[in-house]
Design a protein around this ligand. Structure first.
Ligand code: NAD
Length: 249
């Protein structure tokens, strides 16, 4: 098993059709104990119970620094350590540049980018003390190609910000044995885009994907498990494209 005796924290992990929950399931199958963090309405405790015994759910809004700190303390108290942080929570909005309001900007930037900073700040002291850790951040192909599928420019900016923040953290914490990497998913079938792409548009999108299908949550989960595991122990600061070849560059 790739993650035996590891403890993983996954933000935005409660939605059963999402990338976070798919990763939680795969990490659990690889021997990890998982803490699913999510908003109260997403019921993270129920999601953790569905994973099986030994996993926990914690209510935390990642845009709230105190909530992130409290969540990390709760995981350390209940599971004893934190080896893996998957910064996966994110929201999107279909907007054009001139229509982005201040509230839109804050909402989208805060969940992805501020949330990544706050949760990383909350867990890094424990990782530093044990001299090991793996942080994986969910950016997006939208950061690399400037959106063009669903999310607005502020979403591209938030996801591009995650790449810069992650690379800087990789430089800073390598000396402490903490690796920081990113995945950039292409179009993956989850609730974030369900029913939002008309059939004729989907045909055009598929023509641009060499593997000729949109992704499944497990396509991303497998890559996150790899980055979390010792198979990737000499990787830090990398961006792993998970997009079926949508952006070969
Ligand atoms: P999803 O909507 O199923 O998952 C997002 C999760 O984040 C939900 O469980 C939600 O409750 C949680 N969340 C939202 N705001 C939060 C907050 N403030 N604090 C804590 N949790 C919060 O969608 P998904 O597709 O599984 O998205 C997961 C990540 O992948 C997101 O960051 C998204 O931007 C990114 N992504 C998705 C795709 C795709 O095509 N599905 C592509 C690229 C990147």
């Amino acid at each position: 098993m790739l993650l035996k005796d590891k403890v993983a924290v996954i933000t935005g992990g409660a939605g059963r059709n999402g990338l976070g929950y798919a990763t939680a399931k795969m990490m659990a199958a690889q021997g990890a104990r998982v803490a699913i963090l999510d908003l109260a309405g997403a019921e993270p405790a129920a999601a953790a119970a569905d994973l099986g015994p030994g996993h926990i759910g914690v209510v935390a809004n990642v845009t709230d620094k105190a909530a992130c700190e409290a969540a990390a303390v709760e995981v350390l108290t209940r599971l004893g350590r934190i080896d893996i942080l998957f910064n996966n929570a994110g929201i999107t909005q279909p907007r054009k540049t001139l229509d982005i309001s201040a509230a839109d900007y804050d909402a989208v930037m805060d969940v992805s980018l501020r949330g990544m900073l706050y949760m990383s700040q909350a867990v890094i002291p424990a990782m530093r003390a044990q001299k090991s850790g793996s942080i994986i951040n969910t950016s997006s192909v939208s950061a690399q190609r400037g959106g063009g599928i669903l999310g607005g420019p502020h979403y591209s900016a938030a996801k591009a910000g995650m790449l810069g923040l992650g690379r800087a953290m990789a430089r800073e914490f390598g000396i402490d044995g903490i690796r920081v990497n990113a995945v950039t998913p292409g179009l993956i079938a989850t609730d974030i885009n369900k029913g939002l792409i008309p059939e004729d548009r989907m045909k055009g999108i598929l023509e641009q994907i060499p593997l000729n299908r949109i992704g499944e949550p497990n396509d991303v989960a497998g890559c996150v498990v790899f980055l979390a595991s010792d198979l990737a122990k000499y990787l830090t600061g990398v961006t792993l494209d998970v997009n079926g070849g949508m952006l070969i560059h």
